[in-house]
Write a protein that binds this ligand. Structure first.
Ligand code: NAD
Ligand code: DAU
Length: 353
């Protein structure tokens, strides 16, 4: 079996569903269930013995050691993190605690356990660390996309904490020989994404006739990848990635935020036209920019294509169509996540903008 951290979050839950469907191999899912963790994402596995959920913190070394000793996973896939840039600006402490200290705790416990394994188990074990393209900083309009050798230049507390965790993973391979793999992926979208992030926020606000907040001039560029393609890439890296290496994962799909929001609006106009007949794009509202807002991210994904034969399957249009349809079809999930803490976040982040 494998151990997944953060498997109740957006990408982690998509990964577990995809993993069990594709491989049938059991998963132990360790998740703290912060505001971003939601077991409803995994409701379809409720009576499936191949998914074992454990609520806990990656900083709890005793719990981690017990889980490794009991389940003897052949791999750890590490998703658990604080993941939202705006929250890292208003409250960086949790990002240091989980993304840096938590990754350190996980590496330490994994190292000690791995060093005690027999030769055969030691050889197959993998520690796969899921990271982000934001560690590379911000590109100018004509700069080439990030490669695996681009110098790290993180600009937000979130990206700095992820960069620190990447460096720790690198050091554990270099110093102790821990068999690590690191992936740096661009912006994901798809089912189960918490609506603090741009695409689900825009879908839900539009459906509720609320303003669609665009930070600054809306011309910041991100590379967008459908979450299912990210999950496949992680499986490929786990199966065939070279130890100690990092792999960039991206969709060759650069868009301005304005383009993204207009595409979502057009899709909604087609799939669920507004009752008053107005196009959803009329709700677009420019608001105060994110401090330190990175201008552009772009991923050069040639290495993973060349070495592992991975390529994204979805285009932006097919992926967005699936995503919008999912939010329209899952009103119950939406109602659950937007109650409670979510309202406090919306008031805090958008109230003064
Ligand atoms: P998310 O915020 O949706 O989920 C994070 C999960 O981690 C939640 O279930 C949460 O409960 C759990 N968690 C948080 N702190 C924990 C702790 N201390 N111990 C145990 N569990 C804890 O995040 P996501 O968008 O699914 O991102 C998953 C990973 O992928 C993160 O490491 C993120 O940096 C990385 N990533 C995300 C994207 C993206 O576009 N969302 C892109 C590239 C990389
Ligand atoms: O690049 C990978 C990263 O993508 C991941 O590492 C992060 O975990 C993930 O959150 C995401 O970070 P971004 O900051 O790019 O995602 P977000 O959805 O928050 O914002 C996307 C863009 O849209 C960004 O330029 C900011 C802008 N934005 C966002 C929100 C929430 C708006 O204009 N308005 C908004 O209300």
């Amino acid at each position: 079996m494998i151990l997944v951290t953060g498997g109740a979050g957006f990408i982690g839950s998509n990964f577990i569903l995809d993993w069990i469907a594709a491989s049938g191999e059991a998963v132990v899912n360790l998740d703290k269930l912060t505001y971003a963790g939601n077991l409803e994402n995994l409701a379809s596995l409720k009576n499936d013995t191949r998914h074992l959920f454990v609520r806990g913190d990656i900083n709890d070394r005793g719990l981690l050691a017990n889980l490794l000793a009991e389940h003897k996973p052949r791999a750890i896939i590490h998703f658990a993190a604080e993941s939202h840039v705006d929250r890292s600006i208003s409250g960086p402490g949790e990002f240091i605690q989980t993304n840096i200290n938590g990754t350190f705790s996980l590496l330490e416990v994994a190292r000690v356990w791995w060093q005690g394994l027999g030769a055969a188990e030691k050889k197959v074990f993998r520690f796969l660390h899921v990271s982000t393209d934001e560690v590379y900083g911000s590109l100018g309009p004509n700069d080439p996309p990030f490669t695996e050798t681009t110098a790290y230049a993180p600009n937000s507390p979130y990206s700095a904490s992820k960069a620190a965790s990447d460096h720790l993973v690198r050091a554990y391979h270099h110093t102790y020989g821990l068999p690590t793999l690191t992936t740096n992926c661009s912006n994901n979208y798809g089912a189960f994404q918490f609506p603090e992030k741009l695409i689900p926020l825009v879908i839900l606000n539009a459906l509720n006739g609320k303003p669609l907040p665009i930070y600054g001039n809306g011309l910041n560029v991100r590379d967008w990848l459908y979450v299912g393609d990210h999950c496949t890439a992680i499986r490929e890296v786990l199966a065939g990635g070279r130890l100690g290496e990092t792999y960039n994962i991206g969709g060759w799909n650069e868009k301005t935020n304005l383009d993204v929001v207009n595409t979502v609006c057009a899709m909604l106009d087609e799939m669920k036209p507004a009752a008053d007949g107005r196009p959803y794009a009329s709700l677009i509202t420019y608001v105060k920019d994110r401090p330190g807002h990175d201008a552009r991210y772009a991923i050069d994904a040639h290495k993973i294509e060349r070495e592992l034969g991975w390529k994204p399957q979805e285009t932006f249009d097919t992926g967005i169509r699936k995503t919008v349809a999912w939010y329209l079809d899952n009103q119950g999930w939406v109602d659950d996540v937007v109650s409670g803490e979510y309202q406090n976040w919306v008031a805090k982040n958008y109230g003064g903008r």
